[in-house]
Design a protein around this ligand. Structure first.
Ligand code: HSE
Length: 426
């Protein structure tokens, strides 16, 4: 005899619709594999009158959140609203009432994880969030369970599909950012308001969650340095390509002892790096554990069914659990052993400059770099002059972020203008 589990939805947009389809279309397989059957008892929507693709049975749709949160028969709440408010309060209320929550909401999660974690622990409810980071890729479960025997020294990757799609097209077509963004919006591949994606915040929320799990210590969203792709120029992608590099928006977290750096920014990687071939809207996470070595996980980070794949898997885990487990660290605002935020990380740099074409200019740039301990790995001068100036492209060896900032400020601006600075991950 299958076990019947009654569940409620908060919201039912694209992802909720995918979960509805997966739960209904795959119900017999799920029952066969797990002995579980699900009844979607209530679905909270904004408007009861809206035309919908799904033909919900009578009495399922409601526009009153209490119909989900106060229903004693609903033991698991699936949250699809996204964004911080009101989702965060409603997740919290569900947990306080002992209802397990499955969510794809990285914003509510990254910003309010300690409170949500406490509410879940206090009531014994489960809190499942595989879909919050990289959609279908099972990276949360992997970090929480499968890599427990590892000390992870770094985890980085492409965790935002919209920006990967834009950078991929800029690289293939030599097109400028604003043209590709406009086209992606027309095709429905970028949001009408793309700011959270293109300014890097979506990736930063996800990085805060990944780093916290990987390093077994809370890494708040506020600790993540964020730089999006809005200033990326086609010319830099082209210059990088000539030197064997691909540009990606990387979310990077590294740990050395208690010191942790977390940053999201456009980054050149060697064409041979496994992440360089992760194109279009795909996501991928690359990490190193002291026992497992380097690994990469790749897949679809968004979309109705890929996200539903993660949510339904969480739902099955939640419904089968006799006791829920929680992250393996003290997830409070001020933990007793806090990880320390490192803002002066070491990285290589790509710098493009326009320089007056006369003797001594190159020597002066090299001398300024040298004063700040920045060592040049590659230098290219482009042949053609524009207004008496030539393009110089440098790739440096690893240097401290702060040293590089000081060096660039000290370059003689009468002779040289710094056009772009990008980081390079080797
Ligand atoms: N907007 C995100 C992306 C998907 O473009 O990857 C949801 O996190």
């Amino acid at each position: 005899m299958d076990k019947l589990v009654k569940i409620g939805f908060l919201g039912c947009g694209n992802v909720g619709g995918g979960v509805w389809k997966l739960l209904n279309g795959f119900a017999d397989d799920i029952a066969h594999r797990t002995g579980l059957r699900f009844e979607i008892k209530k679905v909270l929507v904004r408007s009861l009158n809206k035309q919908r693709e799904i033909d919900f049975p009578d009495g399922v749709l409601t526009d009153c959140v209490d119909d989900v949160l106060n229903d004693p028969e609903i033991s698991i709440v699936l949250e699809f609203l996204g964004g911080e408010k009101p989702a965060h309060q409603w997740i919290q209320m569900a947990l306080e009432r002992g209802k397990t929550v499955v969510t794809a909401n990285k914003v509510a999660f990254a910003l309010h994880w300690p409170e949500l974690h406490k509410a879940a622990q206090d009531s014994g409810a489960g809190l499942y969030y595989e879909a919050a980071v990289c959609g279908a890729i099972p990276i949360i479960h992997t970090l929480e369970q499968s890599l427990q025997a590892n000390r992870i020294s770094y985890i980085y990757g492409i965790v935002n599909g919209t920006t990967n799609y834009i950078l991929t097209r800029m690289s293939r077509e030599g097109a400028e950012y604003s043209d590709v963004l406009a086209d992606a919006q027309k095709l429905g591949l970028a949001e009408p308001d793309p700011s959270s994606d293109v300014e890097g915040f979506d990736a930063a929320y996800k990085l805060s969650i990944l780093a916290s799990l990987a390093f077994h210590g809370r890494v708040p969203f506020e600790n993540v340095y964020v730089e999006g792709i809005t200033k990326v120029q086609a010319e830099d992608i082209r210059c990088g390509q000539e030197l064997g590099y691909t540009l990606k928006l990387l979310a990077i977290a590294k740990r050395d002892g208690l010191s942790v750096e977390t940053r999201v920014h456009p980054t050149f990687i060697k064409n041979e790096h496994p992440l360089a071939s992760v194109s279009d809207a795909f996501n991928a996470v690359f990490l190193r554990g002291h026992a497992c070595g380097e690994m990469m996980f790749m897949g679809r980070g968004a979309g109705d069914l890929p996200t539903a794949s993660a949510i339904v898997s969480d739902l099955l885990r939640a419904a089968a659990a006799e006791k829920h487990s929680y992250p393996t660290f003290e997830n409070v605002v001020n933990p007793s052993v806090p990880l320390q935020k490192n803002t002066d990380w070491q990285t290589a740099f790509y710098v493009r400059m326009l320089a007056v074409d006369k003797p001594g200019v190159l020597a002066s740039v090299a001398q300024t770099f040298s004063l700040y301990g920045v060592s040049i790995a590659v230098m290219q001068q482009k042949g053609d002059q524009t207004d008496g100036r030539v393009t110089l492209v440098f790739i440096t060896h690893q240097a401290s972020e702060q040293a590089m900032t000081h060096a660039l400020k000290s370059i003689n601006s009468d002779l040289v203008s710094v056009e772009s600075v990008l980081r390079v991950e080797n």
